[in-house]
Design a protein around this ligand. Structure first.
Ligand code: NIG
Ligand code: FE
Length: 418
């Protein structure tokens, strides 16, 4: 039998406040109580966090000079997709709005055509390569959505591919059925929702989807369909996610909360007056500063959301249109600068609260005894993550206690411990 591993002598260890070790989410206003003190982490043979004091039975991994964090959780991505849309980005930079590009057949429809034309292997090769790149940037669990299918058969295929992606990557993957992303040609919004209702039996029986999702926008769906999606999610025992208040404001946050949403995502145009609708609820605000930056969007009322004690999460929104970004350390840097958040706020939003959004925070998202040992070793203090904007601080990644990626200049640390 092999001995437990001790990640030993770290300069900083990110831990939850002692009274919140079994919490599954935390109001953002408590982020300042997270601690970043020197210490050890002991990992059991089962790949779980076993404790915080190394003894002589442990195989030691020297973590001198490093900070040790729980793995980051990317709770909002649009994997799997195929190809990119760089020409659209050039048009947007030159001033053409996202909605105009979408109406002219670009946007989500362009990626739907690419997906329809691609073989499964092409889609999965690209998605697996991106998942590996995410891992090297510290993402140890992520969400994958359908949404580029835009037909019943296309959405079921996208969900099948998401399931195949999940089976072939190091990270746990939570699958979401984004069944109302753009209105498919030949349908009205209400007519497409009838199709969605009709396909949910197959979605539940044959795919790994655990949540439904919808895009509320002038070029997509309305609050009426959001309410209907909430009813369908309840009926089928699925969580509800919602893309709302991204490019314009429809007052969708209270509608989503009333519909039972687990999260409201984007919120760039959310009025501060709607913040009380989220306080004390089981609905998280998922903020996507990468999409805000790429799209020159408005900035959500993120400081106010945090101060009001809303459960906040951050994610990449990785997709070929609004956010071709894989790096959560980069997202932390954007959030700190754009929102006036502290490093601890960004880290809470990328770990425990993000794990909660994908329904995995009992086992992931924090360094506490009994949670899975998904652990990052960083080559700098946590405070450098936003400050050294664009630097990838990840020196090593452990998934369930196993080093799955170690940067060349840090391999020596693991050599004696194998
Ligand atoms: O989250 N807003 C809707 N969906 C995506 C964009 C999808 C695309 O443009 O391909 C988003 O930003
Ligand atoms: Fe999105």
């Amino acid at each position: 039998m092999s001995a437990p591993i001790a990640l030993s002598g770290a300069a900083e260890l990110l831990r939850l406040p002692p009274d919140a070790e079994s919490a599954e989410r935390l109001p953002q206003s408590r982020a300042g109580e997270l601690t970043l003190e020197p210490g050890d982490v002991v990992v059991s043979d089962e790949g779980l966090i076993a404790g915080f004091e190394a003894d002589s039975s442990c195989r030691r991994v020297d973590c001198a000079g490093l900070s040790v964090l729980p793995g980051l959780v990317d709770c909002h991505t649009h994997l799997p997709f195929v190809g990119w849309r760089a020409q659209e980005y050039a048009r947007r930079v030159a001033g053409e709005p996202y909605e105009a590009i979408a109406r002219s057949g670009g946007g989500i429809r362009a990626s739907a055509r690419a997906l329809a034309d691609a073989a499964d292997t092409q889609v999965l090769d690209q998605a697996r390569a991106l998942a590996a790149e995410m891992l090297r940037h510290g993402t140890t669990a992520f969400e994958a959505k359908s949404g580029y299918g835009l037909s019943v058969a296309g959405e079921l295929r996208a969900l099948r591919l998401a399931g195949e992606l999940a089976a072939g990557v190091e990270q746990p993957v939570a699958v979401t059925a984004l069944l109302a992303h753009a209105i498919p040609d030949g349908h009205t919004a209400a007519g497409w929702m009838d199709e969605v209702e009709g396909m949910l039996g197959a979605v539940c029986a044959h795919t790994r989807a655990q949540a439904l999702d919808i895009f509320v926008e002038s070029v997509a769906f309305s609050n009426d369909e959001l309410t209907r999606m909430g009813a369908l999610a309840r009926e089928h025992g699925l969580a509800l996610r919602a893309h709302v208040e991204q490019l314009s404001s429809y007052g969708s946050v209270p509608v989503a909360v009333a519909a039972g949403a687990r999260s409201v995502d984007h919120l760039s145009c959310m009025p501060a007056a709607d913040i009380p609708a989220l306080v004390g609820t089981e609905c998280a605000a998922v903020l996507l500063p990468g999409a805000e930056f790429i799209g020159a969007e408005h900035t959500p009322p993120a400081r106010e959301l945090a101060d009001a004690g809303v459960v906040c999460a951050l994610a990449t929104d990785l997709n070929p249109g609004t956010s071709p970004i894989v790096s959560l350390p980069l997202i932390a840097g954007l959030a700190v600068r754009r929102y006036g958040w502290t490093v601890k706020e960004a880290l809470l939003a990328l770990t425990l609260n993000a794990a909660w959004v994908i329904g995995r925070s009992r086992e992931l998202g924090a360094l506490t005894v009994g949670r899975r040992a998904d652990v990052l070793l960083l080559d700098c203090p946590a405070g450098h993550i936003p400050y050294r904007f664009g630097h990838n601080p990840v020196a090593a990644v452990l998934v369930a206690g196993v080093p799955v990626w170690v940067r060349e200049d840090h391999r020596w640390r693991f050599e004696g411990s194998a």
